[in-house]
Design a protein around this ligand. Structure first.
Ligand code: 5AD
Ligand code: SF4
Length: 445
């Protein structure tokens, strides 16, 4: 079919990095003889929304967006709307009943069926596929890099989650945990490097459970990291996310041994109270968590540590909350993602626990954590003033065209006068001052 006759697909993504990575897989599946991707929503024949279900407000935002899209559909009667991802998986057909302008519902393991499903929708019927798979990893699909800066890319290394934290919808929306063939992961990273990329982030819900066995080749996560890091010292490697219960010394050893493995660990704590952690089914105590923090610090004193935390989970008392603040103070996180507990239908907490902390109380506790983290972030950034870092330049600063921005190994953003440097280069930058979210420096060479 000629280019101009191809139908145009616009993809909009919400939620976590995994979802952004999935959209790149969807983009690849739909870049073929019959479909073209477009970045202009006004010329789209199909709008696909890749959704998140982690908290109620994520879903509300998507509902609102679907209502807005009705206006576009009124102007262009042929326009079809598809819902992909976690909200599609959670609500299934119900979504098409509740949102009358949705033509297509596709869960995270069913993206290969998209071309056939678009055909069905084209012929005027509604279509849904939310079958979860125990094997699908989209291993050999080469993702199109959507909205990429050409420098940094995500690589999905595993799918699903079997931890069943009491509050979390992910095991239900993304299904069984499965790892992707390491050969395809290393090949994808190599391809990216050969195409000028300088940084890859290996993604999985719990990367430490990565495991592959093939003809006597046993590959665990530290081994996979090693293989990716050895592609080139000029390729930075990051990963997300690891569960504290299985953050191993072996992984820390590998991280410490390679300069190009970035010194930043995202280690979601969720609560600073062992009693809450037990209710959450996190499978570790505060003592265990602190032991892991100490291990990180002893292998890599310069490693940044970031976290996720939930305020106001079922049964959380003022004392539990104080313990969370306490733990934040002790760890001194460089950055944190902080949330109010949001009850998710069908999770363990929904079935067996009571969402009994009032909305006002959740808000107050969250605000206290945010205020404390603000001070901790500022302290962490202030400690960097006077230090010199290697920075991978990512782009031109939005505020000032004469300045560039990039990140150091610890994932902190640094802004500096550009000299004659370009995005994609590594430079040494000395930090002169900071805010609680940005370092400001000057070229050190
Ligand atoms: N309510 C609030 N926050 C949640 N998270 C996961 N489920 C919920 C929920 N029901 C948070 C956790 C997790 C992050 C991705 O989202 O902190 O680490
Ligand atoms: Fe949710 Fe726990 Fe899985 Fe993370 S590891 S997605 S918090 S169940």
């Amino acid at each position: 079919m000629e280019e101009r006759n191809k139908q145009k697909v616009f993809i909009e993504t919400y939620g976590c990095q995994m979802n952004f990575s999935d959209s790149e897989i969807v983009g690849s599946i739909l870049s073929n003889d019959e479909y073209n991707l477009t970045t202009d929503i006004n010329e789209a024949d199909y709008i696909l929304i890749n959704t998140c279900a982690i908290r109620d407000n994520a879903e509300q935002r998507i509902r609102k967006r679907l209502k807005e899209l009705k206006a576009l559909q009124r102007k262009r009667s042929w326009l079809k709307i598809g819902v992909l991802g976690c909200m599609a998986e959670r609500l299934k057909d119900q979504l098409m009943e509740e949102e009358d302008n949705v033509n297509l519902v596709v869960g995270p393991d069913a993206y290969r069926s998209l071309p056939a499903m678009l055909k069905e929708v084209e012929s005027g019927v509604k279509a849904a596929n939310v079958i979860l798979s125990e094997e699908e990893t989209y291993a050999e699909i080469d993702p199109v890099r959507l909205g990429s800066n050409g420098i940094s890319a995500f690589i999905s290394i595993m799918r699903g989650c079997e931890n069943f934290c009491a509050y979390c919808v992910v095991p239900y929306t993304r299904g069984r945990e499965r790892s992707r063939d390491p050969k395809t992961i290393v090949a994808e990273a190599k391809r990216l490097f050969e195409n000028g990329y300088k940084e890859v982030t290996l993604l999985g819900q719990n990367v430490n459970s990565y495991k592959w066995t093939d003809d006597g080749d046993n590959v665990d996560f530290p081994e996979l990291m090693k293989r990716v890091a050895e592609i080139s010292p000029m390729l930075r490697v990051r990963y997300s996310t690891s569960h504290p219960k299985d953050l191993s010394d072996k992984l820390l050893e590998v991280m410490a041994a390679y300069d190009n493995i970035c010194k930043c660990i995202h280690l979601p704590v969720q609560s600073g109270s062992s009693r809450m952690l037990k209710l959450m089914n996190r499978k570790y105590t505060v003592e265990w968590y602190m032991d892991r923090i100490n291990a990180i610090r002893s292998y890599m004193p310069d490693c940044a540590i970031t976290t996720d935390v939930i305020a106001g989970f079922c049964g959380e008392t003022e004392e539990d909350h104080k313990q969370t603040l306490d733990l934040f103070g002790k760890v001194g996180y460089d950055y944190a993602f902080m949330f109010k507990y949001s009850m998710r239908p069908n999770t363990y907490a929904h079935k067996y626990l009571k969402d009994d902390v009032s909305e006002e109380e959740k808000t107050r506790r969250l605000e206290e954590i945010i205020a404390l983290q603000g001070q901790l972030s500022l302290a962490s950034y202030q400690k960097d003033v006077g230090k010199t870092f290697e920075v991978l330049i990512e782009g031109v600063s939005k505020r000032n065209k004469e300045q560039l921005f990039g990140r150091n190994s610890q994932n902190k953003v640094i802004v500096f006068d550009r000299g004659n440097h370009q995005p994609g280069e590594y430079v040494k930058v000395k930090v002169l001052k900071c805010t609680s979210a940005t370092l400001i420096g000057e070229l050190a060479e």
